[in-house]
Design a protein around this ligand. Structure first.
Ligand code: HMG
Length: 388
């Protein structure tokens, strides 16, 4: 029995900043950001948007009265958590009106958290006796770095929600193999509780990412007795678009037989959403998948897609999806493009205000968002959301 991704949806914030604006303010050659990093714009969150509002925007598109009652496990993957105990999923459980017998858990292993969530959801669905059971996997993150730091152009925010069930005619893709895992304690990126922004050794992180990718592909192919030609495309964790190009170039060098006109020569379409939205940690890989399926005009029906998931600290895994026949009808290409195009462009001062905003208890949050949901206040340590 296979486990299916029955639906997948994107949520991002209502605001973004252009990398041209940022480059001008930081007195950096714009081409370093636009070409060197490969980023055009990135989503930024006003104070009344957080990982819950992003997640709600994504998940509410795929939850209906009919399927909600069958959701038996909500996995919430994030590394932008605001609470060390109460899981972000608790808020979503209420907002989405999920059933009382739905389990919830928040997962953390840097950007790998979403992939761990998929793997756990798959195991749960394979073992439960309930044939109608579904799992909701939510990846939601806000990447923030210090102003004027080298990492500043690689910020972003989004959520990708996925509904998983046992194989049925309604699938977008089937989960196939998981493997090629590599784990090593490394200090490329972390977010100590006493620090406001991540501690990041950017150059080291790139070296580790590429070294893990190289080992992971070799291991994966040998574990499942596959050849590189069995992949129709590979999506890479994309902290910034140039990273995916570096990854793709390395794979081509490792397997030169691929350079003869296959997908792998150009990954422009698969990083398009990332180049607009920026890094959204756990969601980034799934954003790239959506971008590939919606922006690349090739037909991926019955094709195998490799998904390279990397989480600093560090662990990585490669897994494969087999794309289903009805995938194009189920995607929300026009909606997602509008979501991206309709964001308001912030000027530098507004971006700085959003970036530096500090949450405290007993605050009414200033109104910025005017769509779907907003964080209204924090009172007696309870976050209050308002559906619009
Ligand atoms: P930097 O050190 O300022 O950048 O920051 P640089 O000097 O290396 O320049 C970047 C590129 O721009 C270079 O190209 C330059 O040549 C080029 P490359 O050599 O890489 O091909 N460049 C120009 N191009 C055109 N015109 C110009 C120009 N000037 C320079 N005028 C860095 C870059 C990525 C290190 C920084 O932004 C950073 O630290 N980012 C955060 C860390 C990160 O994203 N790491 C990626 C791998 S780790 C990962 O993905 C995990 C993560 O998502 C976290 C998690 O798992 O939770 C981050």
């Amino acid at each position: 029995m296979c486990i299916a991704i029955e639906d997948i949806a994107l949520g991002t914030s209502g605001y973004c900043i252009s990398l041209e604006t940022l480059a001008m303010h930081n007195s950096i050659d714009r081409n370093k950001y636009l070409v060197g990093i490969g980023q055009k714009n990135f989503s930024i969150t006003p104070p009344d948007e957080d990982i819950i509002t992003l997640a709600y925007k994504a998940a509410s598109q795929i939850i209906t009265k009919n399927n909600a009652k069958n959701i038996k496990f909500l996995f919430f993957a994030t590394e932008s958590s605001f609470d060390n105990s109460k899981s972000a999923g608790t808020y979503l459980h209420e907002l989405l009106q999920l059933p009382e017998d739905c389990r919830i858990i928040e997962l953390k292993q840097a950007c790998y958290g979403g992939t761990a969530a998929l793997l756990l959801a798959k195991s749960f669905l394979e073992t439960t006796g309930d044939k109608n059971a579904k799992c909701l996997v939510i990846t939601s993150d806000i990447a923030k770095y210090e102003l004027m730091s080298n990492a500043e152009p690689t910020q972003g925010a989004s959520s990708v929600a996925m509904l998983l069930s046992k194989e049925n005619d309604n699938a977008i893709a089937l989960l196939e193999h998981f493997g090629g895992t590599v784990t090593k304690n490394s200090n490329d990126f972390s977010k100590p509780n006493y620090m406001r922004y991540p501690f990041v050794n950017g150059k080291l992180s790139i070296v580790i990412y590429l070294s893990f990718l190289k080992q992971s592909i070799k291991k994966f192919l040998s574990e499942f007795n596959l050849g590189i030609e069995d992949f129709r495309a590979i999506c890479y964790h994309t902290p910034f678009p140039k990273m995916a190009y570096k990854a793709n170039d390395m794979v081509q060098k490792l397997y030169p037989e691929l350079s003869s006109g296959r997908y792998i020569s150009d990954i422009k379409e698969q990083v398009y959403y990332n180049s607009e939205i920026g890094n959204s940690y756990t969601a980034s890989l799934y954003l790239s998948l959506l971008s590939l399926l919606e922006q690349d005009c090739n037909d991926f029906t019955n094709k195998r897609i490799g998904m390279f998931s990397y989480g600093s600290g560090s662990t990585c895994e490669l897994f494969t999806l087999i794309i289903s026949e009805s995938y194009k009808q189920k995607l929300r290409k026009e909606f997602n493009l509008k979501l991206i195009q309709n964001r308001k462009f912030a000027e530098y001062e507004e971006y700085k205000f959003f970036h530096d905003f500090t949450y405290t208890n007993d605050t009414e949050i200033p109104v910025s968002s005017d769509s779907v949901i907003r964080l209204k206040s924090i009172k007696n340590h309870v976050r209050n959301y308002e559906l619009l």
